[in-house]
Design a protein around this ligand. Sequence first.
Ligand SMILES: *Cc1c(COP(=O)(O)O)cnc(C)c1O
Length: 398
Amino acid sequence: MSVSSEWIARGEIHIAATYARFPLVAQRGEGCRLWDVDGKSYLDFLAGVAVNNLGHCHPRVVSALQKQAAELLHVSNFYHIPQQIELAELLCSNSFGDRVFFCNSGAEANEAAMKLVRKYSQQVHGKERFEVITALASFHGRTLGTISATGQDKVRVGFEPVVPGFRYVPFGDIGAMRAALNEHTCAVMLEPVQGEGGVNLPPEGYLRDVRALCDEHDMLLVFDEVQVGCGRTGTLFAYQHDGVEPDIMTLAKALAGGPPIGAAIFREKHAEILGPGSHGSTFGGNPLISAAGVAALKTLLEDGVLENCRAMGDYVRKRLEELRERYSFVTEVRGRGLILGMELSIEGAEIVKKCLAKGLLINCTVGKVLRFLPPLIVTKDEIDEAMGILDSVLQEYK
Ligand SMILES: *Cc1c(COP(=O)(O)O)cnc(C)c1O
């Protein structure tokens, strides 16, 4: 029996069966590569679902964690935390935001955003205005509040009654959003590029129209950049591509270069809404995670990572387009920066398994979209290697 199969058998006994896991038992990572406990190596074009944007174990992040771990791991938010303050300064000086609430995950960041919009609206417009419009095919997390916000019925099945006050409209359709508005609507929450929903880009001008609609009705605009923030699309934040600023932005996944973190970023004019006692998190922004966050964000900004993301994004896209021309079951290639989707007319799950067996990690969303999320530090050689594996798997379906 391999070391992997022993772990897999043990995991099946006591781990909650919430994931349909692939037969890979992870041991070590470096850059774009991951090794399993039997020594097999993989090119990681999933990157922990857009968490390992700097690759595995980036030396700047590792060294910040080691240094901070030896000095102070955790202290309560009853006290001031220099690393947290530094991370907030970096986030605000590089975005539209003025204030940051730190938590531990994307779902929690969205919970903070939803609490903020409700409280703002209640104070300004009264108790009857609490509904949030979100998009169909969106994904906002797995808590009771965020499955309520997510525009996919399947995530709510069996968990009803969910949190009231959400309406879903097709992503990209401003007319549908206008029609869904009513006297109860207080906010709109969107991913500027949909990730889990199949790598869906907004039509040109859509986010600007949404912004105008929000301004017209004093509704707050929330951008969930949990997946597409932190450099993934080639700009530090995805909203910068469209030049449309939200009122609140949520981040998580790649923000600390690997360790768990979440953040809701908002403007000074809403500082009072999330005032003392209104919200909190035990671990949010603790010294260890914040130190990693500072190192990760500085690396993104200083080490040419965004430039590499844009150049390599163009290159992956070109290589995927070549495959589209050769395989009739590849119907579309789309994406921005290094979040790319390849839509198929056949199911993608088996292709993902075959890629894994050959040493390439990708995943498939909404059944038929292969999603590529390599680390933003990926090289041309690594892309060539990955595309070679993908090509050899697609061959089998010709
Ligand atoms: C992953 C994701 C979330 C949820 O983040 P968790 O850290 O798993 O709670 C929320 N929104 C988007 C867009 C995501 O991709």
